[in-house]
Design a protein around this ligand. Structure first.
Ligand code: 289
Ligand code: CA
Length: 188
């Protein structure tokens, strides 16, 4: 049994007061934190909306500027000047212009390039060749193909020396003589 004014009880009351003070401060801090999070969420929402509108406007602008001889797909742009060249000349022109011959790496990229070939009603050279090893087409970097869209029975190395690739206006690929003249286009 404890007496009134028992020091241990007094200590406990003091400790309770300290804890209650801490709890109030924590509650206040937590409520401020929640308010700040809500404000930040709102600001992020506004920024996301602005970014989306900018992206839409930029993609509309690119479509307008690139039509009719250019197409934008993902981070890539395909462009043609409409002229026909041998593979070697086309390759040189592209490199000089700060790009390279097209390497469609997906159905979407192939479709974008197909639209250019269709608009010009010409087959276009792609970047890939099997010059290094017959039957194995590679990108200029030496990397193996990650996507292809060969026409039925292609590549057939017709005549024994078809080492380049053309894309028809229907989007299908054919191995072709590099010395033929085909639509020159580039990707950047
Ligand atoms: O020189 C042969 C080419 O013009 C093409 O002829 C036919 O369309 C097919 O045999 C193709 O594979 C070939 O590239
Ligand atoms: Ca062929």
């Amino acid at each position: 049994r404890r007496e009134k004014g028992d020091p241990e009880v007094n200590d406990l009351w003091q400790w309770v007061a300290v804890l209650e003070g801490q709890l109030r401060r924590l509650q206040k801090a937590f409520s401020q934190y929640k308010k700040e999070v809500n404000v930040l969420r709102q600001r992020v929402g506004i920024l996301e909306g602005q970014l989306q509108r900018l992206q839409n406007a930029f993609s509309q602008y690119k479509r307008a500027v690139l039509f009719p001889d250019g197409r934008s797909v993902g981070e890539k742009i395909f462009k043609t000047a409409g002229s026909k060249k041998t593979f070697q000349d086309a390759q040189q022109i592209c490199t000089q212009a700060g790009g390279q011959l097209p390497s469609p790496r997906s159905a979407a990229e192939n479709e974008a390039l197909t639209q250019l070939a269709t608009a010009q009603n010409k087959s276009a050279f792609l970047s890939m060749t099997d010059i290094r090893k017959e039957g194995t087409f590679i990108y200029p970097t030496g990397e193996a193909l990650v996507y292809s869209n060969w026409a039925p029975q292609e590549p057939n190395n017709d005549g024994g020396s078809e080492n380049c690739v053309e894309i028809f206006p229907n989007g299908k690929w054919n191995d072709k003589l590099c010395g033929e003249q085909r639509l020159s286009s580039r990707e950047v």
